[in-house]
Design a protein around this ligand. Structure first.
Ligand code: ATP
Ligand code: MG
Length: 332
C-alpha cells in the first residue's frame, strides 16, 4: 500500500525550483495513480522556524502557497491537500520522535548550518534545530512510503529513514514503513544571482528566482539580469560556467529537452540571444499558471474551504495512526 506524502512551506509563492524539483513530480504521480493515497501539506508549522511573519502575512502566505499548488495542477479531488497546523497530531508525534534523535546529529545537517547562519551565536530557535524531526513526523504520521522532494532534501530523507528504523528497533515492532525519497529528473535549480546557492522562496532578493506569479515583464527583467559570464557562446559546464549552465538547465526543464539538445539548438546564439529564447519559453509556460493563480487568489473563501476539507480527511488518518503509536510507546 503506497502512501505518497510531501510538504511545502508557505514562505512565499512557488518558484520554478519548487515547480521542477517537486510540484511537477507530484502532479505527474497524482494524475497517473488515481487510486493510491496522496497527501500534500502546506507546512505552516515549518514556516515559522525561519522567520516569524505577522499574522496577516502568515495567512496571506498560506493562501498564496495553496493557490500556487492548485494553479500548477494539484487537484483536491485526487490529492488530500491540507494545512499542517490544523492537524495537531503532527506536533505530538514530533515530540515523541524528538526523544529518538540527538541535537548533535541535527546540527550537522547542511540546511541547518545554512539557515542558522543568519542568527548570532546563541540566538538560533529550537524550531530550526528540530525542523527535520517535525518533517519526519509529517511523513510517518501517515505511514508514508514515498516522499517526492527536491534533491536539496536528501539528507533530511536519510534522517527520516533513520528515525523510522530506530523507532521500530527500539520498540521491537515493524510499525513504520521506511520511506523512500522520490526525486525529479530535473537537477536542483540554482539562484539566478548566485549559482552556488539553490533557488529559494525565502531568499531576500526577488531577482534570485522566477516565481509562478511573475508578470511577463518581471520574468524578462529577471532573466536579463541573471548571472552569466563573458564567454559569448552557449556551452554547458557547471565547473567553469555555473551561471550559464543554470540557465541551460532551466531551459531544459521547461522544454523537457536534455541540456545537450538545448546547447545543440542554441548554436550561433550569444548569451543575450539565449536569454531571449529563455524569456519567451518562461513566459509561455508561466503566464497560464499565473492567470489561474490570480483567479484563485481572488477567491480566498474557496482556498480556505479546500484546506479545511483536506485537513479533516488528513486528521482522520492522523488520529488513528497516532493512537497506534501511543500504544506502541506505552502511553495507553
Ligand atoms: P525556503 O527558502 O523557505 O526553505 P524553498 O524554496 O526551499 O523555501 P521549501 O518549501 O523548503 O521551498 O521546499 C519545497 C519543495 O521544493 C521541497 O521538495 C524542496 O526539495 C523543493 N525545492 C526547493 N528549492 C528547490 C530548488 N532550487 N530546486 C529543486 N527543488 C527545490
Ligand atoms: Mg527549503
Amino acid at each position: 500500500n503506497e502512501v505518497f506524502f510531501s510538504g511545502i512551506q508557505p514562505t512565499g509563492v512557488p518558484h520554478i525550483g519548487n515547480y521542477f524539483g517537486f510540484i511537477k513530480t507530484w502532479i505527474n504521480h497524482q494524475n497517473a495513480n488515481p487510486d493510491g493515497t496522496k497527501i500534500l501539506s502546506v507546512v505552516d508549522l515549518h514556516a515559522i522556524t525561519t522567520a516569524l511573519p505577522n499574522a496577516s502575512v502568515m495567512r496571506d502566505n498560506i493562501v498564496k502557497m495553496t493557490a500556487g499548488l492548485l494553479a500548477c495542477g494539484v487537484d483536491p479531488a485526487k490529492t488530500v491537500l491540507f494545512q499542517q497546523s490544523q492537524v495537531p497530531e503532527h506536533a505530538e508525534l514530533c515530540w515523541i520522535l524528538g526523544s529518538l534523535q540527538t541535537i548533535t546529529q541535527l546540527q550537522r545537517l547542511p540546511q541547518y548550518k545554512d539557515k542558522s547562519k543568519k542568527y548570532s551565536k546563541g540566538q538560533v530557535p529550537l524550531g530550526l534545530v528540530s525542523y527535520p524531526v517535525l518533517q519526519s513526523a509529517d511523513v510517518l504520521l501517515y505511514k508514508g512510503t514515498h516522499v517526492p522532494v527536491g534533491e536539496d532534501q536528501s539528507q533530511h530523507m536519510n534522517l527520516l529513514a533513520d528515525i523510522a528504523h530506530v523507532f521500530n528497533l527500539r520498540y521491537g515492532v515493524d510499525f513504520f514503513p521506511i520511506p523512500k525519497m522520490v526525486t525529479s529528473p530535473a537537477p536542483r535549480i540554482k539562484s539566478l544571482k548566485d549559482p552556488n546557492q539553490k533557488m529559494s522562496k525565502s531568499h531576500p532578493s526577488e531577482f534570485s528566482r522566477l516565481d509562478i506569479d511573475n508578470t511577463n515583464d518581471e520574468l524578462e527583467a529577471k532573466i536579463r539580469r541573471a548571472l552569466s559570464d563573458t564567454n559569448p557562446s552557449i556551452t554547458y559546464d557547471w565547473e567553469t560556467r555555473p551561471g550559464v549552465s543554470n540557465l541551460i538547465s532551466i531551459y531544459s526543464a521547461f522544454t523537457d529537452k536534455s541540456p545537450e539538445e538545448v546547447v545543440a539548438e542554441s548554436k550561433g546564439l550569444d548569451t543575450l540571444g539565449f536569454k531571449k529564447a529563455l524569456i519567451d519559453t518562461a513566459i509561455a509556460h508561466i503566464a497560464p499558471i499565473r492567470t489561474r493563480f490570480e483567479q484563485l487568489c481572488n477567491d480566498e473563501g474557496y482556498i480556505w474551504q479546500v484546506l479545511a476539507e483536506g485537513s479533516e480527511k488528513a486528521r482522520a488518518v492522523a488520529v488513528d495512526n497516532l493512537s497506534q503509536v501511543k500504544q506502541v510507546v506505552g502511553f495507553k
